[in-house]
Design a protein around this ligand. Sequence first.
Ligand code: G4P
Length: 527
Amino acid sequence: MASPELVREIERRRTFAIISHPDAGKTTLTEKLLLYSGLIQSAGLVKNRKGRKATSDWMGMEQERGISITSSAMQFPYKGQMINVLDTPGHQDFSEDTYRTLTAADSAIMVLDAGKGVEVQTRKLFEVCRLRGIPILTFINKLDMPGRDPLDLLTELEEALGVQACAFNWPVGSGRDFRGVVDRRANELQLFTKTAAAGAKKSKVERIPVESDEFEERLGSQLADKVRGELELLDVAGNRFDQDQFLAGKVTPSFFGSALTNFGLEPFFDAFVEMAPSPYAREVTNDDESTVMVEPTEEFSAFVFKIQANMDRRHRDCIAFLRICSGAFEADKRVHHHRLGKMVRLSRPHSVVAKTRDALDEAFAGDVVGLISRDMFHIGDTISSGGGFRHKALPMFQPELFARISPTSTSLRKRFDKGMRNLIAEGAIQRFTPESGGETLIGAVGRLQLEVLQYRLDDEYGVETHLTYLPYQCSAWLANEELPFKPLSTSLMTRDDRGRIVVLFQSDWDKRAAAKLNPEHTLLDFA
Ligand code: G4P
């Protein structure tokens, strides 16, 4: 029986990732969440991307580039709930880690730029959420700027992502004429007032009932009528919110606002903690290959979703990031390590927000902990108090960059092979063997993954390498390998390290052409 304290702790946890296309406002929104939680008193400190001090500047290279390379997690209380926000790096730092982090999240916030709508990277990240059935709330940002028609944006959400959008608030005017949003649940207008110093401090919101004379006085009768008409239309024709559909990832509650000017943020964050699920049961595979659901209140279990190396150069160690799926973590406890088939002792866990590595006193289902390890963990490993099961294997994600890599000197071959073996096992890179024989090649989701690979081979194994990029830009696993596949002359048939067929294509166009040529096949972006 779980203790009431454990149940309470788990129920108040909200573990989520923020997904967006670069520049949509993810960093700004995250920072404002810290402001509204009371963790920071003034926002704007992380304003300048180039000049900003990264929260996770662990790797030497990371410091040099001034960016955060791999995703980390932050924990802080918000109005009685405990928030775990998992960082999903975008920009050039986009890598498989960005995808993998989503496997550790219970929900996601999708940030869209109101002027741009659904962009490429949002779409990719959304696909992963859909694959995992992760519920998503949508924040349509930058309402203080001229943007697209709100109905258009919601329609695009539905068409591009195949999810029903349910507007929780509705914008009144846009750009310079932006007047605020109507909270549809409370049926009141939240008036927009531009905050001083680009939203460094929390803003107060003035609320006016839609059915009041003041509503008309403030907006003018023409605009007031227009808004009332739109609201009526939404009531009749808009999607209805259904909590079960939301939890199944089929409906996304959508909110309009502006992260920079703090507009609509508090209502959004409040709605988020109210609606987003606390940690829920996860499917595991028993040793006899049967599957069962493990409730978060059951005894301790966790899986590794990320490994970050070289976080402390003096020790040459790695930190394995674990998502606790059930129970409570106890430092120094002996637990079953499923892949190794033995008991291991867990060292003191570390909170993962900064390089200071504050030791954690306690952690519960939903939390992310970092454990220092040398070789103990691989991506996807399960540990648990009781043993006898493993969490679902983490999917592999379609690489979009391919290359050949070799040591600059043949005398380094042995060390190179060892380094590659370790880094592939760790999940740092994917390797492919052409069906026709010949040299193996490597694949990555982002360019940074390849740069990190070269850096680590050099730094940790003393091997300088030479990288030759190949002309492939996307790839696919085959859902059914038994069926014969007709490749294009420009594609390459390979096998991944798990022995599955992967076809490499030189362009999306080629991939679509191959799909047409092989209608009986389903081409998978994840496997
Ligand atoms: P990202 O993490 O998703 O990449 O986006 P980020 O928050 O860094 O925001 C990208 C740019 O958009 C930043 O401007 C930021 O100030 C701006 N921005 C974010 N939210 C809003 C909003 O609600 N309204 C407006 N008008 N702008 C917003 P920048 O000029 O690129 O950088 P900075 O020098 O201002 O940091």
